[in-house]
Design a binder for this molecule. Structure first.
Ligand code: NAP
Ligand code: F7E
Length: 367
């Protein structure tokens, strides 16, 4: 056993791709999984890895301090003799209540998991591993909130842009961000925040806007939309900087392994381009040869298939608006390009095409 990594949130979008990458590179991976109400464990995204000899899954829950401590101790008991050879283990802390809209409905759970849980995890790691661990925190562009500016062309966000968190999700993630900086300074731990802008993939959760759209487009392409109901969406105007999750997990590894000395720190990971939800919808339908024409306005806006002039495909639903939404997020990833030689390569239309194709395949297989 040469290199060892812990991934919390291994069953999520990013965790599953990161686990694949690490296992391919011969790293031993300990993944934290939790029980969910509907099924024992949400193992769908990592089902192809379950037999891997270098993967061990351990039950825990970020809501429960005792279970976090037991999780860390059991990893320590398995690897402490190896540590003398490798000096440190890599910890990728990805587990979170990651849905911004839901954070308004479950604010205390969001805070417990996304903020307090990080402190418990760091303390357990320190207790067992002293400072022989490196820590990656899944931070987020949501920390920036709505930038206060009078300019009609808001600026791209850098690591120096002031934060203005505007949801329970962002507030909890901001507490975690500060905690990580504090542990870096106070205890000399290689602990970093990856300030990742939105990243998507065929494994994106179904309740995030991109996957909701590509899944609907796939249903429409196969003539399988339940009840021919239009896709219900909230705010179509907000703009996001959407990258490819498979590239973003590689940036996480660079921050933990390649950064040293002055380059140990917090990094933005982004494409530098922002598109609106409305544009994403248009690009996704274009992929199956359908143009959208919009009519009505505000909460009465709808999108119709311009090719046949009749099918209503998109309908704005006011229930899906957030109490506060972030209207514009776009990141400048120059620092990580310069220091760690990471840059994004996947254009948005390729990512969308990949997601739609994947959703069509899944539907054809009855999944
Ligand atoms: P995701 O698909 O929603 O995965 C979240 C993971 O956290 C899942 O494995 C989930 O387990 C786990 N989790 C949730 N609550 C937990 C709890 N109480 N105890 C233990 N595990 C728990 O998220 P993602 O898109 O991969 O994002 C990974 C991380 O990056 C998150 O921290 C997210 O906030 C952050 N982030 C994401 C983006 C993005 O655009 N994707 C951007 C910036 C930051 P189950 O499978 O059992 O639900
Ligand atoms: O929303 C609007 C919504 O939920 C994007 C998480 O990974 O990235 C993600 O957070 C935009 C928002 O992502 C619907 O109001 C319209 O303006 O896909 P989303 P998010 O909120 O940007 C950040 C960086 C993270 O850290 C988070 O973990 O789309 N929108 N209609 C909708 N959004 C959803 N979910 N569903 C709709 O029906």
């Amino acid at each position: 056993m040469k290199q060892v990594a812990i991934i919390t949130g291994i069953t999520g979008q990013d965790g599953s791709y990161l686990a694949e990458d690490l296992l391919n590179d011969d790293v031993h991976v300990f993944g934290g999984i939790r029980r969910s109400a509907s099924s024992p464990y949400n193992l769908g995204r990592i089902s192809h890895l379950l037999e891997h000899p270098n993967l061990k899954l351990i039950y825990f829950d970020m809501m429960d301090a005792c279970s976090i401590e037991k999780f860390v101790k059991s990893v320590y008991d398995s690897v402490h003799d190896v540590l003398q050879l490798s000096n440190y283990i890599q910890v990728y802390h990805l587990a979170a209540q990651s849905h911004v809209g839901d954070s308004f409905r479950i604010p205390t759970v969001t805070h417990q998991v996304n903020a307090l849980g990080v402190i418990v995890l760091l303390e357990s790691l320190r207790t067992h591993f002293k400072n022989n661990f490196r820590f990656y925190q899944a931070s987020t562009s949501e920390l920036f909130g709505n930038i206060k500016t009078k300019s009609k062309n808001p600026k791209t966000m850098t690591e120096c842009t002031p934060f203005n968190p505007e949801s329970p999700y962002a507030i909890a993630k901001m507490a975690a961000y500060l905690t990580v900086q504090n542990y870096r300074k106070a205890y000399d731990i290689h602990a970093v925040n990856g300030i990742l802008f939105n990243h998507e993939s065929p494994r994106r959760g179904m309740d995030f806007v991109t996957r909701k759209i590509t899944n609907y487009v796939a249903q429409y392409a196969l003539n399988r939309v339940p009840g021919n109901r239009p896709l219900q969406l909230g705010n179509l105007k907000s703009k996001r900087d959407w990258g490819d999750a498979r590239e973003y997990v590689k940036a996480m590894r660079k921050m933990l392994i390649e950064a040293q000395g002055d380059t140990v720190g917090d990094y933005i990971v982004a494409t530098g381009e922002a598109y609106s939800v409305r544009t994403f919808i248009q690009l996704a339908f274009q992929k199956i040869g359908v143009m959208i024409e919009w009519f009505g306005s505000g909460v009465n806006e709808k999108g119709r298939n311009a090719t046949n002039g009749k099918d209503i495909l998109v309908q704005v639903n006011k229930e899906l608006f957030r109490p506060v939404d972030i209207l514009y997020l776009v990141g400048n990833a120059e620092k990580i390009k310069k220091n760690l030689n990471w840059q994004p390569t996947v254009p948005l239309n390729h990512l969308i095409s990949d997601m739609v194709d994947n959703d069509i395949e899944l539907l054809k297989k009855g999944l």
